[in-house]
Design a protein around this ligand. Structure first.
Ligand SMILES: Cc1cc2nc3c(=O)[nH]c(=O)nc-3n(C[C@H](O)[C@H](O)[C@H](O)COP(=O)(O)OP(=O)(O)OC[C@H]3O[C@@H](n4cnc5c(N)ncnc54)[C@H](O)[C@@H]3O)c2cc1C
Length: 389
């Protein structure tokens, strides 16, 4: 498999991959596109849309068939996120967090009984969320203050998480807390916390610039009792889970930004062929053609970086630098493409009657979450400087 995969062009899809991509693309175009504007205005993803994602198998892509998942490689998640983001980056990030962070962490570090308990739910009905950030620890994530104290057969979690994607919908949260602040990052531990556990409440929902339909909420833990058997991985190894899942997760954000860019370019291309000025479609002006060509080239480069990082991850080759590069480049590409696509639309692009302005609002977060642009540059610099010694 690995020799075969490596000998192929990155964008050449296997039959399974091509069919899956088409299914997600059709789903996004036919069932999601008509509802995107209303979801953005309501700042909510209706439950029936989430249920449709479960029915299509988009919420448990890597989960094994025995637990109701699609047993597919990580790359399939990347294809799904890209195709959803072409139409709605909010729905894309819901699916992204589920697959690349929550399911991924559970599959990799969960015990057999944890997987048996939670994978079937995550593949069929439960949305998951990933709670690392706090008000005073963002880029400096391991300065987190959320505390976990051992108490017989339970831990008691106390603290507040901020910016938690999917929190409004989620039934399961992967929460990072410290069992011993004196140990610094070596005290950080991951917990599987069910929404129904006493002491967990969902706090304020953020009102955002973009991806408004995606919920981003505070998570309040007030003596939340979590059974010891719900520690994910070993106590004190939560930092490793966080680093490694985010390394993979940022490939998902790269895919989200590639899909978003493609969606914006598609609209700009279509509009440029319809809009007439000086007696002809604006697409006939070379300046417009050249800009569209520049954007298409940037997107292709971002897609290649993203696909390459995902395929490296699937064949267990080093991918950390490539994943950071993919997210860095794809998020910058999305900013450029969404901005230019508005200009191609002229004044109409600046109104909320046309769908293009939403792409501009939605792209900005790509340079913030799962590690800001500066954090991606830090990862890349560490990798290249480390290799020079
Ligand atoms: C919509 C949304 C959804 C999110 N979803 C989740 C989620 O599901 N789970 C979760 O845990 N978190 C989530 N986050 C949080 C996100 O990961 C953080 O916002 C991000 O890590 C940045 O942290 P911060 O906001 O505290 O910014 P800060 O860390 O305060 O950064 C502010 C600025 O300082 C720069 N900076 C900071 N330190 C350095 C440095 N050492 N060198 C150079 N520059 C530096 C940053 O690059 C940035 O430009 C989400 C955020 C948003 C906006």
């Amino acid at each position: 498999m690995s020799e075969y995969a490596r000998s192929l062009p990155l964008t050449d899809l296997s039959q399974d991959e091509a069919e899956f991509r088409q299914v997600v693309r059709d789903f996004a175009d036919e069932r999601i596109r008509p509802r995107v504007h209303a979801m953005d205005e309501a700042e909510q993803i209706p439950r029936d849309v989430i249920d449709a994602c479960f029915e299509l198998g988009l919420m448990g892509i890597e989960i094994s068939a025995e637990y109701g998942g699609a047993a597919a490689p990580f790359f399939m998640s990347i294809l799904a996120i890209e195709q959803l983001a072409r139409v709605d980056p909010s729905l894309a990030v819901l699916v992204d967090v589920q697959n690349t962070l929550v399911n991924n962490a559970l599959l990799r570090w969960g015990t057999e009984s944890q997987r048996k308990k939670y994978c079937p739910k995550l593949a069929s009905e439960w949305v998951g969320a990933y709670a690392l950030s706090e008000a005073d620890s963002g880029s400096d994530a391991f300065a987190l203050a959320c505390r976990a104290e051992a108490d017989g057969d339970h831990y008691t979690l106390t603290g507040q998480k901020l910016w938690i994607t999917n929190a409004a919908e989620a039934e399961l949260f992967i929460v990072m807390a410290t069992i011993d602040p004196a140990k610094g990052y070596k005290g950080i531990t991951s917990f599987l916390v069910e929404r129904s556990f006493p002491g967990l409440t969902i706090g304020k929902k953020e009102l955002k610039l973009g991806i408004r339909a995606s919920s981003t909420c505070e998570l309040i833990l007030e003596g939340c009792r979590v059974p010891r058997e719900n520690v994910l991985g070993e106590p004190g190894k939560g930092y490793k889970i966080a680093i490694e899942t985010l390394n993979e997760g940022r490939i998902g954000i790269g895919a989200q930004m590639v899909g978003l860019s493609q969606g914006a370019l598609d609209l700009a291309v279509q509009y440029s062929q319809e809009r007439q000025q000086f007696g002809r479609p604006i697409a006939e002006f070379q300046a417009v053609q050249f800009e569209l060509a520049e954007l298409a080239t940037q997107i292709e480069a971002a897609r290649l970086l993203t696909y390459n990082a995902a395929r490296l991850r699937d064949v267990r080759l080093p991918f950390v630098k490539e994943a950071a590069m993919a997210k860095l480049f794809a998020s910058r590409t999305a900013e450029r493409v969404a901005s230019s696509a508005i200009e191609v639309h002229g004044g109409y692009g600046f109104t909320r009657e046309y769908p293009i302005e939403k792409y501009f609002r939605d792209q900005k977060v790509g340079q913030i979450y799962e590690g800001t642009t500066n954090m991606q540059l830090t990862v890349i610099a560490k990798q290249i400087l480390g290799k020079m010694h």
